[in-house]
Design a protein around this ligand. Structure first.
Ligand code: NDP
Length: 326
């Protein structure tokens, strides 16, 4: 019998239950592949699912990212075979499992030089960094950008990638240890937003001009401050809610700060077309394989201890990426 982490009601980490599911014995649909996970990624969206901020029909599996080996393929799956090394981000929640059947069109082949732990740690956060920097607002060399939670999973990847593209990177963090880590990953200026006014610091650093783009995954606590950090016609990318959702606001707030642009993107729109997913993954794999991007798998938990991983992530105790090992 194989096991998954599932939940039957929303709530704290304790709702996550180690559950016998027998996924390995469930017949495959024609478009599915069976993947035996070697590592599973933990992401902040898993917390939103568990708490009900992003509602799921219950009972539900949880988790959107994994890496492992193909054990079987459905009759309509032409481009994968048993034994292929694969990774994914997205699809139906349920990655916190030893083995699962999953839509084959979200799987990508993992290059040999990338191990399973790295693969599971980098897909969701790395593809997010790719679309944020290359598609939502295509940064250019010489631009100054602001990324919040710079020492987090997405944060460390964005810092390195933006630096590699020639940007000046300003990052916010809540502790000095996180500031040191962010600077070691390409962040030129760190701001401790627990003790410093980040808007004033950004104004100082940019000589009063403001930044071209803010990547804000904090939400409620930073939203208006982030708008205040932008230059006229700058782009606000509000892509997460770690402190709670952004409350409704008056659009004239954008006009009075200099005709700002704003978007609220999600990875899943950007990878919805298979050819776009493959192109993004290729770019990410090249960045990692070439050593330009180092994925920091900072925290590893047994799959059964997923609740502890959630507790630590929500308590801001983690840096970089988190994986669960079945
Ligand atoms: P992180 O590793 O970045 O963890 C979240 C970090 O947010 C914490 O470490 C903490 O860093 C910071 N934070 C600030 N305020 C709070 C708070 N009140 N409670 C908890 N944390 C807080 O997580 P991920 O890399 O998995 O995700 C980062 C963000 O990006 C999340 O908001 C996530 O939802 C979003 N995201 C959005 C995607 C999209 O496509 N829209 C895709 C992927 C991620 P510090 O202590 O330094 O403040």
């Amino acid at each position: 019998m194989d096991y998954s982490i599932r939940f039957t009601q929303t709530g704290g980490p304790e709702v996550l239950q180690w559950t016998a599911v027998g996924a390995g014995d469930t017949p495959l649909k024609p478009n599915e592949a069976r993947v035996r996970h070697h590592a599973v990624g933990v992401n902040y969206i898993d917390i939103y699912h568990r708490t009900g901020l992003y509602p799921l029909p219950l009972p539900s599996g949880i988790g959107l990212e994994g890496a492992g080996l193909v054990e079987a393929v459905g009759t309509d799956v032409g481009d994968l075979k048993i034994g292929d090394r694969v990774a994914y981000a997205g699809g139906a929640p349920g990655a916190y499992s030893q083995v699962r059947n999953i839509a084959a069109n979200i799987l990508v082949k993992l290059p040999e030089v990338i191990d399973f732990n790295t693969g599971a740690a980098m897909m969701l956060q790395g593809l997010t960094a790719q679309y944020l920097l290359r598609r939502t607002y295509r940064v250019k060399a010489g631009e100054t950008i602001l990324i919040h939670a710079a020492a987090g999973g997405v944060g460390l990847i964005v810092c390195q990638w933006a630096k590699a593209l020639g940007c000046t990177v300003i990052g916010t963090v809540s502790t000095e240890a996180k500031a040191t880590l962010a600077r070691a990953h390409g962040c030129d200026f760190t701001i401790n937003y627990s003790s410093e006014n980040f808007v004033e610091r950004v104004k100082d650093i940019t000589g009063g001009k403001g930044v071209s783009v803010v990547y804000d995954s904090i939400g409620k606590d930073t939203f208006f401050g982030s708008l205040d950090c932008l230059r006229p016609l700058g782009m606000m990318v509000s892509f997460g809610n770690a402190s709670g959702p952004v409350p409704p606001f008056d659009l004239s707030e954008l006009a009075k700060r200099g005709s700002l642009f704003i978007t609220r993107p999600t990875l899943f729109s950007y990878v919805a077309k298979r050819e776009e997913l493959v192109a993004m993954a290729d770019e990410l794999f090249e960045m990692v394989s070439s050593g330009k991007l180092k994925i920091e798998v900072s925290h590893t938990y047994p799959l059964q201890d997923a609740a502890q991983a959630h507790t630590d992530l929500a308590a801001r105790k983690t840096t970089g990426s988190i994986i669960l090992v079945p």
